[in-house]
Design a protein around this ligand. Structure first.
Ligand SMILES: [Zn+2]
Length: 276
């Protein structure tokens, strides 16, 4: 068979494509590669995050804590602090005993909120402590966050940011600078949970309510009040955990009550008074 050389090279060179179109392709390719790296690092971050041991997690937690809360006003003493800390301790499941110990912080902010970050850092805002009416309400909120902690949801969620933060500090040592969009710090806006993660955290919380109080009575009252005023609260702050992650609403409450019924757990019971 006779070999016939193809003249592709010439054809490519004479293609009448405007240079701007070529430039567009180039930008497109670079952008696609950047997205691939971003997504890939995110996946890697989440994978690593889901596997690390308690000592590494404690270090990761420290980095995230320093990055997220450098500017925040934190309260770590006083009767409200002591009380909330010991309530959180009481709601720690057995498997959480293997993880870094809980470190409660009260954030001096008016908007009611709570969150947890890797390494056992638990945050409640002063606004939350002012808004709750019974211990049961506070217990549910704390237990929901401990559910995220037990399931390593925050490690997974912040994994990507953490990879970039670490990469940035390593490259900075070598005098290399990442583009600004890939640097910076970890913020609360990076904290996202899926609907499944929310549901699992809720299930952890009602199991804890059943274990701790023997019933679910008053545990969901805070959320019921929040739902009644949701139109006002919705626009306040996008990073609020229970406004930005849906559904928190009536359907979430109904799902929880249905699950409790299915397990034969009491939905009603006495409220435990707050000492403050
Ligand atoms: Zn949540």
């Amino acid at each position: 068979m006779k070999y016939i050389p193809r003249e592709i090279v010439h054809e490519v060179n004479i293609t009448p494509v405007h240079p701007l179109v070529d430039f567009g392709y180039l930008i497109g390719t670079v952008a696609a590669a950047a997205v691939a790296v971003y997504v890939g690092l995110g996946v890697a971050g989440a994978q690593i995050a889901a596997r690390i041991g308690p000592e590494a997690e404690a270090k990761v937690g420290e980095i995230i804590f320093d990055s997220m809360f450098a500017e925040a006003t934190l309260i770590q003493d006083g009767p409200q602090f002591e009380y909330t800390q010991s309530l959180a301790e009481a709601l720690r499941s057995e498997s959480l005993q293997q993880r870094p110990e809980l470190k409660l912080h009260i954030l001096d902010e008016d908007i009611p909120n709570a969150m947890v970050i890797p390494g056992g850092y638990v945050f409640v805002t002063q606004g939350l402590l002012d808004d709750i009416e019974t211990e049961n309400e506070l217990a549910f909120v704390l237990a929901h966050e401990l559910g995220h902690y037990e399931h390593r949801d925050t490690l997974r969620s912040l994994g990507r940011s953490l990879v970039f933060l670490s990469l940035n500090s390593v490259l900075a040592l070598g005098g290399v600078q990442l583009p600004p969009m890939l640097t910076g710090s970890i913020s609360l806006a990076d904290l996202h949970y899926s609907r499944d993660q929310e549901q699992r955290a809720d299930v952890y919380a009602i199991e804890m309510m059943h274990e701790h109080y023997g019933h679910l009575g008053h545990s969901l009252d805070f959320f019921k009040r929040l739902n009644e005023s949701e139109p006002d609260l919705g626009a306040v702050n996008q990073v609020l955990e229970w406004q930005s992650t849906h559904p928190l609403t009536q359907s979430r409450i109904e799902e929880l009550e249905a699950l409790a019924k299915q397990r034969g757990w009491a939905l009603a019971g006495e409220a435990t008074a707050l000492p403050f």
